[in-house]
Design a protein around this ligand. Structure first.
Ligand SMILES: *Cc1c(COP(=O)(O)O)cnc(C)c1O
Length: 359
């Protein structure tokens, strides 16, 4: 049996999908499963959400892996494709792609096909990462319209930079720019909202909403836990106590002796560390759950272990389960305490962590 385990609750995933769908019943909902389903297992997430309107991945390899495992849902490549050799694969694997730069348009112009593909033109309305600048977008739109084997009308999307900042007018500016672009054009479907847009900017809900982090039951705004929106954490990260040690007042624990005990106590050693993806930036005092109570992490996170202060009267035993985050210990709280992002905490779990699928 592996020590560090991420238990994935499929019922929470299905529940979250339904709950998010009900926030915008007329929109289609994409389940974003890039980065191995935010660490939850992309294939397992896809095969749990068999009725998802869409799946979203970043890279073509992620999409091909899903197709080769038998996934038949619509799949959109959110980063598009990078080279000409990818174009036949779009057709072969029946993938939709984002077009965010003129190099991609050139590759499509050079190619020809009897079957058409569906593309999504990505506009840069303010994120300034991927997307066609608005002052070039009309020309690119024209060029794509002239490619015979691209399905018409063309679908248009954008991505928000600040949708997790509830009082920042930037998102409304982005929506206005988007609407300005499509106003006098015949366009197909439109897509603006990811998790932040879905929760906080209902005016951004269009044909297709793209749910990533909220699908996994995590809020993009740490001060507003996902439970406020009826969402449940899908993952519980847990491991076990592998040692229980008497520890005297004034003794330190772990590398660089960063923590010194103010009292006689009992230290528990837990089999999880940064080699599993439990970040080395997680600090002294961060809570973990054991036998129904919260106790603090003490000392440095090591590669394979952490140490926790069980308290002087501890009755815990070697082998007892320790929860690092999950339903009863929201990852938002762990992230907030340590000035980390729950996105990063989730996706950096390593292959040493055993993924177990419950219900
Ligand atoms: C990753 C990604 C999403 C999902 O983002 P969340 O904040 O996790 O919901 C949506 N759209 C695009 C283009 C993305 O790259």
């Amino acid at each position: 049996m592996k020590a560090a385990t991420a238990v994935i609750y499929r019922s929470a995933l299905t529940h979250n999908y339904k709950t998010i769908k009900s926030m915008s019943p007329k929109s289609h909902l994409m389940a974003v499963v890039k980065a191995n389903g935010y660490g939850h297992g992309a294939l397992e997430v896809a095969s749990t959400l068999t009725h998802a309107d869409y799946l979203g991945v970043a890279r073509i390899d992620e999409a091909i892996a899903l197709r080769e495992a038998g996934v038949e849902a619509k799949i959109l490549l959110l980063e598009g494709f990078v080279s000409e050799e990818c174009v036949p694969s779009l057709l072969k694997y029946n993938l939709e792609t984002v077009i965010h730069c003129h190099e991609q348009v050139m590759m499509l112009e050079k190619f020809n096909s009897a079957t058409s593909i569906k593309i999504w033109l990505k506009l840069d309305t303010g994120m300034h990462r991927l997307g066609i600048r608005l002052d070039e977008a009309d020309a690119i739109f024209e060029r794509i319209c002239n490619i015979s084997w691209i399905e018409k009308p063309i679908n248009v999307m954008t991505h928000f930079a600040c949708s997790d900042e509830l009082n920042n007018p930037f998102t409304n500016d982005q929506i206005d720019r988007f609407d300005g672009f499509i106003q006098h054009k015949v366009v197909g479907q439109t897509s603006l909202a990811a998790s932040g847009g879905i929760l906080f900017w209902p005016q951004s809900h269009r044909h297709l909403n793209r749910a990533g982090i909220i699908l996994y039951g995590i809020s993009p705004v740490l001060q507003k836990p996902a439970s406020d929106f009826g969402l449940s954490p899908v993952m519980q990260l847990e491991s076990r106590l592998i040692a229980i040690r008497r520890h005297s007042q004034g003794e330190s624990v772990g590398y660089n002796a960063t923590w010194v005990s103010p009292r006689d106590t009992v230290i528990g050693v837990v089999a999880i560390g940064y080699g599993d993806g439990y970040s080395r930036s997680i600090k002294n005092g961060t809570p973990v759950l054991i036998n129904g109570r919260e106790v603090p992490l003490v000392g440095r996170v090591s590669m394979d272990m952490i140490t926790i202060d069980l308290g002087p009267d501890a009755l815990d035993k070697v082998g007892d389960k320790v929860v690092l985050w999950g339903q009863d210990l929201p990852i938002e709280r762990i992230a907030h305490l340590n000035n980390l992002s729950p996105y990063e905490l989730m996706t950096q779990l390593t292959s040493r962590v055993n993924l177990v699928y419950a219900d």
